[in-house]
Design a protein around this ligand. Structure first.
Ligand code: UDP
Ligand code: MG
Length: 316
């Protein structure tokens, strides 16, 4: 059994992949433990797979799987964890934003008995707007969720074998790892490092991606948004009732007044807005039930190296 598996999702990373591999091996070899590197090509359109195959050809510790199209980072991490055979698994990005120099430190903490070791980046080098939005988002999530997720704690982390196995036993098809990591529990420890820019290539996360990812995070861990919609609806209904009684009382006491178009229109617009929002929330949950009920695999594997080929039948 190898000691450490490094799981690396790669999507169009041809510009940095070789440099990343070199830096990773340089960081791992001095530790003196056995390791394997599991690259998962997430349907890249560039030379990523060619480079990975080249690395696998010259370095026996490299294993890989390649998807038939882009399935997203969550799926790639899942495939990598399924492929991994190490006693500990490190998840990291290919763009050198997760510096391999921290792996020995993570390993040392793991040997002190921690099942999850999280390397948190501070958001120093990120744009002011992005970091403000992220902070606000994490505040919102912390208030809504029944699991704790930490600002800046990305997916750069070490997991013990039993933590990985419990992650893999979760059957949901909408995976929001940041939440799942916290949901499985176990002893967790973290340390902070200064955020670094990606070495080359560009980020795959546009604003729209981030927004969708954020909605996933909120919805996949609780039904509180649904509850909120119900509460709002009930309060509105009650206040409408009180208002109606007041109007009726007015009519009975003073006779008919000027017809209140403004009030009427306002009420209609406000209520239909609430209804639409509520429908949206319900629809979101129904959509998720639909997704889960299809029981589709998280990804389709196009090819793997020989060692992973045994797994490729249950990879998807
Ligand atoms: N990635 C992936 N599939 C995707 C998008 C990204 O496997 O659809 C990988 C990417 O190759 C990188 C990691 O996920 O190794 C993080 O991506 P990126 O650096 O673009 O995200 P950021 O650091 O900007 O959040
Ligand atoms: Mg990055």
């Amino acid at each position: 059994m190898v000691q450490i598996s490094i799981v690396v999702p790669c999507y169009n990373e041809s510009e940095v992949l070789r440099a990343f591999h070199e830096a990773l091996v340089d960081a791992l070899e001095p530790i003196g433990t056995t390791f394997e590197i599991c690259y998962v090509d997430d349907g890249s359109g560039d030379d990523t797979l060619v480079i990975i195959k080249g690395l696998a050809g010259t370095d026996g510790r490299v294993r890989y799987a390649s998807f038939s199209r882009n399935f997203g980072k969550e799926s790639a991490m899942l495939a990598g964890m399924r492929m991994s055979r190490g006693a500990a698994v490190v998840l990291m990005d290919a763009d050198l934003q997760h510096p391999p120099e921290f792996i020995p430190r993570m390993l040392a903490l793991h040997q002190h008995g921690y099942d999850q070791v999280v390397a948190q980046r501070d958001r120093a080098h990120e744009g002011a707007l992005k970091s403000a939005v992220c902070r606000a988002y994490y505040r919102l999530v912390r208030r809504c969720m029944n699991v704790e997720i930490v600002n800046g704690a990305g997916d750069f982390r070490l997991l013990s074998r039993r933590a990985v196995d419990s992650l893999l036993s979760l059957p949901e098809s909408n995976r929001f790892s940041k939440g799942l990591f916290s949901w499985i529990g176990f002893e967790t420890v973290g340390f902070t490092y200064e955020n670094v820019r990606r070495a080359a290539g560009k980020s795959k996360w546009s604003g729209r991606h981030l927004l969708n990812y954020g909605i996933d995070g909120l919805i996949s861990f609780n039904s509180r948004p649904l509850r909120l919609a119900i509460h709002t609806g009930l309060w509105l209904f009650l206040s409408a009732l009180v208002y109606a009684l007041w109007i009726i009382a007015n009519v009975v006491l003073d006779g008919v007044e000027t017809p209140g178009y403004a009030t009427l229109i306002t009420a209609v617009v406000a209520l239909s807005g609430i209804q639409l929002a509520t429908l949206g929330v319900i629809g979101e949950y129904v959509g998720r039930i639909y997704d889960e009920s299809k029981r589709r695999p998280h990804y389709v594997v196009r090819e793997t190296d020989e060692s992973a080929a045994v797994l490729s039948s249950n990879l998807s």
